[in-house]
Design a protein around this ligand. Sequence first.
Ligand code: ADP
Ligand code: MG
Ligand code: MG
Length: 540
Amino acid sequence: CDMGALDNLIANTVYLQARKSVDGDAKEMRKRRKSLVLPNHQQSASVRDKIDVDFENVCEKQPIGKKLFHQFTATVPEYQVAVDFVNAVTDFQLAENGAKDNLRQNIVTNFLKADSKNYLSFLSQELAAKCKDAAEKDVEELLALAQSETNTFLMGQPFQDFQNSPFFSKFLQWKTFERQPITEKYFYQFRVLGKGGFGEVCAIQAKTSGKMYACKQLDKKRLKKKQGHEMALLEKEILEQTNSRFIVNLAYAYQSKDRLCLVMTLMNGGDLRFHIYNIGEKGIEMKRTIFYTAQITCGILHLHSLNIVYRDMKPENVLLDDDGNCRISDLGLAAKIKEGKGINHKAGTNGYMAPEILKDEEYTYSVDWFALGCSIYEMIAARTPFKEHKEKVNKDEVKRRTLEDEVKYENPKFTEDSKDICSLFLAKNIEERLGCRGENDDPRNHPFFKSINFQRLQAGLVDPPFVPDPSTVYCKDIGDIAEFSEIKGIEIVEQDNQFYKKFATGAIAIPWQEEMVESGLFDELNDPARRASMANNGMA
Ligand code: ADP
Ligand code: MG
Ligand code: MG
């Protein structure tokens, strides 16, 4: 009997079981949930001075703030109409083309005609006059104007009134709860998923909500020995800043006695490298390649919009989730760009590095587009532009080819559009490279993406072309993930503890609030009476 195989089977079974039980029907979890209460008003008053009370931050970005603001506006008819209108315009903007005409007409009739009961009475006279006799073709522009006036309206009196309402007190209670100390006791731990430079990445589950996450663990001693403090903190801060469905989210940062932990979106479907080389015929079919590239492009654009350059774009760092959507992961090489300044130290992975890095020139965002070109090429041809799969070449030769050789598109799987986008991303001169040819050079406009509706993609409304098998564990067997050796001769001193405190800041607002809303905990804790009635109905 092979004990290793048995261990792996058991680890996988327990893990797959936990993944299935996220709907929160486990007995243990219900017991835990019943004992939870929100901090009371007195405990929550002081948090007000610590949060940024800004309309966009509280009422749009944070899921719980948004929910409570909407619960508040539902109590004032004039405010409710404004929110309904904003929602209707969003639905319209995200609708598929066939549904648009109808929705546009409904919005005009319901909100923009002076005799409608939902008329937006707060619109400026100028805009109201325009709405009155608008031609069909101008409606879309008017909607955008009305949307912007409505937002300005909501930011004024309604937002003031909200701050003086019980709904905002509730928000402060939730913000206080969000700041609870987080330790390893908060989670159940499951099998190891992969190995990083400083420790393992494991699947974990928040005990009260049932939500599954990936936990990247950094061994404190190993981190110190390899002088990784600054890097680890930068990775944490960058992950914390980003909020995109195309980048793994950071939900918690905490510490245990021996480790620092980053709790992130769990990506169960394997990395793109694995899908290129290890499943069926080598390479990824064109439809999927286009879809993943579109999502990656959005992720990269998000980073660049925050003045962050990723520097480690390659298929191995793109992970799939249960539904088949992908996200960029491993932001360990990402760097912040200071206004007007470039970076001049080498970083990246061999085979994906742009000419400007290889030539030790100063660079910024352009390197990510070059690496994306290498990655698209690899998804299609199952080799990188400058190196065959498993070809043994040293890095000087890869450098020489990257700087000098013309890229060949011999593989018959290349289409005209895919060839064109690769050669534009792989332009050796930055000024000629797609994404770098001036201020408004947006790669999303390339014909390679003609089948993609980016607005719907960004809103998560596009069905992925491939769904990973839910009963497969897309990672190495536990026995094949090498264990770490013990680190000796490293002492943890007070200064290190200061650093750990800076790192281990607990829950991150937006993902934590999403977890509360998705799991139903938001409703349960807001309304203890409802929870009591659930218990009486024998559900507990
Ligand atoms: P390092 O920066 O130390 O290389 P990574 O962030 O690349 O660490 O993580 C190491 C490995 O753990 C990855 O190659 C992958 O197999 C796995 N992994 C990382 N993040 C996740 C995640 N969010 N979901 C699932 N597996 C992950
Ligand atoms: Mg890695
Ligand atoms: Mg890394």
